[in-house]
Design a protein around this ligand. Structure first.
Ligand code: F3S
Length: 283
């Protein structure tokens, strides 16, 4: 039998797995179940949930009936006014916001209530950042790059509280903080970057280095999967990018004694398991 090593950090991170599990658990109950936006960027999962009666709505205004209705908030979180609007509708709310994101909501709420200016380092149009903005009681500043930070005026005596989007790059965050430190005397820096992505990348590189061939599973358009592919290709020349088991040409693997497997953040476990079983047993 071939030696197959699957990365422990392959696929869903803790927060996404938790959210997806919560939706499946709600789907088993009698209520009508809706998710506010797709629970994850994976069509198969969304379709599978649809078969189980879970529908996607884009806004609170799309809720027509409140009786026996459950609305699930995804791991990205939502602004506080969305929670309030849901409460007013008197629907059953299941909050699957990742606890790491909820922590940022608490930080920015408190800081802005204390009169500090909140700076969110991240992409302004990303749903997670939209959610974070919506917990600030005063207008926050969102910046994504060092050049944007350079352009900001000096803050003088104003107190700043800097947080970051959970998936932001640490090096870029540090550069931005360095620039802002020169523009204000009073700064609280909260590094709220989640290490799930970095851990997945580091582990993928380590396994690729030790394997004859490496398989990276994920969506064609998923940037985090492409990044994994890039990292693995540098460590192992026989690295393959597949979306599902159907893309796997097992003949290519006949001469490989050790194969590593990793997967992007939106790849469900059953796909990883299926690939793993097939690679292991094909001789
Ligand atoms: Fe995932 Fe939560 Fe981190 S959703 S990437 S574990 S912040």
């Amino acid at each position: 039998m071939r030696e197959v090593t699957t990365a422990k950090s392959a696929g869903f991170c803790f927060g996404v797995r938790r959210a997806v599990d919560m939706v499946y658990a709600e789907a088993k109950k009698d209520n009508r179940v809706f998710t506010l936006g797709p629970i994850i960027h994976n069509e198969q999962v969304v379709k599978d949930l649809e078969k189980k009666g879970v529908k996607v709505i884009d806004s609170v205004n799309d809720i027509s009936e409140k009786e026996n209705t459950t609305i699930i908030i995804r791991s990205h979180g939502v602004p506080q006014n969305v929670i309030n609007a849901l409460k007013e509708k008197k629907v059953n709310i299941v909050d699957a916001t990742c606890p790491f994101v909820s922590k940022i909501h608490k930080i920015v709420k408190q800081a802005s209530e204390d009169g500090k200016t909140v700076v969110i380092v991240g992409s302004d149009n990303h749903p997670e950042v939209e959610g974070i903005k919506g917990w600030c009681v005063s207008k926050p500043i969102v910046i994504e790059s060092a050049s944007e930070a350079e352009k900001l005026d000096n803050f003088g005596g104003k107190k700043l509280c800097i947080v970051s989007q959970t998936t932001f790059n640490y090096k870029k965050f540090k550069d931005i903080v360095d620039i802002l430190s020169k523009k204000s005397y009073d700064i609280d820096v909260m590094n709220t970057i989640c290490n799930a992505t970095e851990e997945r990348q580091t582990e993928a590189g380590t396994i690729a280095r030790q394997s004859d061939a490496m398989l990276v599973i994920g969506g064609k358009h998923s940037s985090n999967t492409q990044k994994l592919y890039e990292i693995c290709s540098k460590e192992c020349p026989n690295t393959y990018f597949i979306q599902t088991l159907d893309d796997l040409d097992l003949k290519q693997f006949q001469s490989f004694r050790s194969v590593g497997i990793t997967a992007g953040a939106s790849t469900p476990n059953n796909i990883i398991k299926e690939v793993q079983a097939n690679v292991r047993h094909e001789q």
